[in-house]
Design a protein around this ligand. Structure first.
Ligand code: NAP
Length: 498
């Protein structure tokens, strides 16, 4: 039988697909079928990153001077191409990241939405005018691009997260060096191809694959990179933020989560259970907004736990390329090992393993990184499984006597990304909205998601810097310049204090 042809993908620098200076490549495997190699990718180093920065400096000269509505035309085109390639791109996401194909298609749609929204901003790149305190003087503001921006992204949304950084950055006139997660470079190659086909001038978008410690770090250290938009772990993001701050770079860092749902005794139980099961086990719990804690009012606790276990037991587990699958494999061996380690920690800490807890084996399961959806009950806030981000299909359940105690538990972690309450009581809903410490708050809906025209981001260890998406994306990706024009025929008497 003929060996399967494995494609070697290249970096994209200055409008050319090129090999890395290191001359090395690395393979990426399908997490559902370890024997299947998705492709070989460039193991780039700092030198490649700096070549990309130099190309971006050239690209910036053209792009920053291109009118924003003309930039919008290219982003709209990219959206159309993505729509045409939607099924193929979704299959790529599932094959290299592992998430169910339905979730992958949703991710592609989300990327298209942000492209549409960002392109629209091309006709709304507003500054403002205001009366000057001086006669015969006009005062107003304009927006300029930051310059060359580093885009550093995680593996769990390999299309949507890069798109929701790149589309706003591009409409604002920046030139980009894109460093995707090493685990999901093929999605990054395809996204770059889409922008290339849409007509982005050479150098405006550059792609460099390879280890974060080398490629990402080189972007942080380069004085020519004026801004960094990062999404990833709190650990890496904290160092990146500190190193960037030393160099006075503009940074936004979207980090980890430990998102909680509160279920009050008056909640619509069916709605709550549906949202929690989807939030905890959808995309195998590998979303930054995944539900990892549920805090249940004591008089409905037993009924809730029994129905939660019942629903979870019905989830189907398998290769996400099969549309009937609910829970697919974890995205890597590291992820699987980490999740199993936390399940061990939870058991040792004395939490009650109410469902799941095992790695799955036998048949097709032996080819992938499968762990059962897992529920711990009787969890207390000081346990590690209650505080640390597990980033997998593990749900911890707490009992609270009332809403104030439930909010205290919800707020007892260092993270503050997303949260939700299920209740029919409007007074309690507002008490929750006004006291819960997260950047995104839901009522009677899962902790997941967000809409592209609204800000996305978290508090505390979940993020720092300007919010992503919505109008705050334009604030992050532009510098505001204040202009004063004295059009008097003769010299004007001026204040001397500044
Ligand atoms: P990660 O390990 O922090 O990696 C994120 C990116 O940073 C990758 O491209 C990585 O490259 C790169 N990187 C690693 N070391 C670096 C360094 N020293 N300098 C510069 N870049 C470096 O995170 P991950 O495992 O990919 O993603 C999972 C995490 O992302 C979770 O914590 C999740 O909660 C978080 N997340 C947050 C949001 C949000 O919006 N708040 C959204 C999605 C995910 P390599 O891949 O080569 O290591």
């Amino acid at each position: 039988m003929a060996a399967t042809q494995i494609t070697t993908y290249k970096n994209y620098i200055g409008g050319q697909w090129v090999e890395s200076v290191t001359g090395k490549t690395y393979p990426v495997h399908n997490p559902a079928r370890n024997g299947q190699v998705v492709g070989e990718f460039q193991t780039s180093g700092a030198e490649d990153a700096l070549k990309a920065v130099a190309a971006a400096k050239e690209g910036l000269k053209i792009w920053a001077d291109t009118p924003a509505p003309a930039r919008a035309g290219i982003i709209f085109k990219a959206m159309e191409i993505m729509g045409r390639r939607a099924q193929e791109i979704a299959e790529t996401i599932t094959t290299e990241e592992g998430k169910p194909i339905g979730d992958a298609l949703g991710e592609v749609r989300r990327a298209m939405n942000i492209m549409e929204y960002a392109a629209g901003e091309g006709r709304r790149m507003f500054g403002y005018t205001t009366p000057s305190e001086l006669p015969n003087t006009v005062a107003y503001t304009i927006r300029r691009p930051i310059g060359v921006v580093g885009i550093i992204t995680p593996w769990n949304f390999p299309i949507a997260i890069p798109a929701w950084k790149m589309a706003p950055a591009l409409i604002c006139g920046n030139a980009l060096v894109f460093k995707p997660a090493s685990a999901t470079p093929l999605s990054a190659v395809k996204l770059t191809e889409i922008f290339e086909e849409a007509g982005l001038p050479p150098g405006v978008l550059n792609l460099v694959t390879g280890p974060g410690g080398q490629v990402g770090n080189a972007l942080v250290e380069s004085p020519d990179v004026k801004g960094i938009s990062f999404t990833g772990s709190t650990e890496v993001g904290t160092d990146l933020y500190a190193e960037s701050a030393k160099r006075l770079k503009k940074v936004q860092a979207e980090l980890g989560g430990k998102n909680a749902v509160i279920v009050l005794s008056d909640a619509d139980m069916d709605k709550a259970l549906g949202g929690i099961v989807q939030g905890a086990f959808g995309s195998t719990g590998q979303r930054c907004t995944a539900t990892s804690r549920v805090i249940v009012e004591e008089d409905v606790y037993d009924q809730f736990v029994s129905e939660l276990v019942e629903r979870t037991s019905k989830l189907t587990i398998g290769d996400g390329i099969d549309p009937s699958i609910d829970v697919s494999p974890l995205s890597s061996k590291n992820q699987k090992d980490q999740v199993l380690e936390y399940i061990g920690i939870g058991t040792e800490e004395g939490a009650n393993l109410a469902f799941g807890g095992r790695a799955l084996s036998g048949g097709d399961y032996d080819e992938g990184y499968y762990v059962e959806p897992t529920i711990f009950t009787g969890v207390s806030p000081e346990m590690r499984i209650a505080k640390e981000e597990i980033f997998g299909p593990v749900l911890t359940v707490f009992k609270a006597k009332d809403l104030p105690e439930a909010i205290d538990i919800s707020n007892s972690v260092e993270f503050g990304l997303s949260s939700s309450v299920y209740t029919k009581d409007i007074t309690k809903a507002y008490e929750y909205i006004n006291t819960v410490e997260t950047g995104m708050v839901h009522v009677n809906a899962p902790t997941l998601g967000g809409e592209v025209h609204l800000p996305f981001g978290g508090l505390g260890a979940s993020g720092v810097g300007a919010r992503e998406q919505g109008t705050s994306a334009v604030d992050f990706f532009t510098e505001v310049i204040t202009v004063y024009i004295d059009h008097a025929a003769e010299a004007t008497e001026r204040a001397k204090f500044i």
